[in-house]
Design a protein around this ligand. Structure first.
Ligand code: ZN
Length: 199
């Protein structure tokens, strides 16, 4: 499936790494990502939903991740970790949960390539989009128009246009793309069409 995603219209592969602590679920780690790296040259946008991202960061860099996103909730001062990631030639991002204020990430914008705004509570797929978080997207976009804004959670044809209108550059879609009955290609085309229709 990974091998076909580029032709299907995906711009990147978003990998949700869950440690069973920061979020209740457990997914996969660097060894599997290193395996998947061989299947596609799409950028690997890796979202580390974990308590101690610093402990494993070099494994994820080694595995071939292009973007590493860590959560501000577990890092009182993420500066040195972000700088380490970038010094290895990998892009660095900070993510924040729906309940976390945007002020928690704004002091670190100079050390970032992207901000990932969570539009659902992380850890489980299929939740509904919280439109209130778009205010955070607008705020970062007004402070730093050059920074890539990504949104994660509950993105589908009905919610994508508002996210793009608020300034999101990259939409993470899981359930909307990998659903029964529709191919990823058709689902991605429907998402793109929803955004075009409203622009
Ligand atoms: Zn994610």
């Amino acid at each position: 499936m990974l091998a076909g995603l580029k032709a299907d219209g995906a711009k990147a592969v978003h990998l949700d790494v869950m440690d069973g602590h920061f979020v209740p679920n457990f997914t996969y780690g660097a060894p599997l990502i290193a395996d998947w790296r061989k299947a596609t040259n799409l950028p690997f946008d890796t979202h580390l939903m974990m308590d101690n991202p610093g402990q494993y960061i070099d494994d994820f860099i080694e595995a071939g991740c292009d973007i590493l996103i860590v959560h501000i909730e577990v890092l009182p001062d993420p500066r040195s970790l972000l700088r380490h990631i970038r010094s290895c030639g990998v892009e660095a991002g900070l993510s924040l949960n729906p309940g976390t204020p945007i002020e928690s990430v704004t002091p670190f914008l100079d050390d970032l390539d992207c901000v990932l705004v969570m539009s659902v509570q992380p850890g489980f797929g299929g939740q509904s989009f919280q439109p209130g978080v778009l205010e955070k997207v607008r705020r970062v976009k007004s402070l730093r128009p050059d920074l890539r804004l990504c949104i994660d959670g509950g993105i589908k044809a009905a919610t994508a246009p508002a996210a793009v209108e608020a300034g999101c550059d990259l939409l993470v879609a899981g359930s909307a793309v990998f659903q029964g009955g529709v191919s990823p290609k058709e689902a991605l085309a429907a998402l793109a069409a929803s955004v075009r229709r409203s622009s």
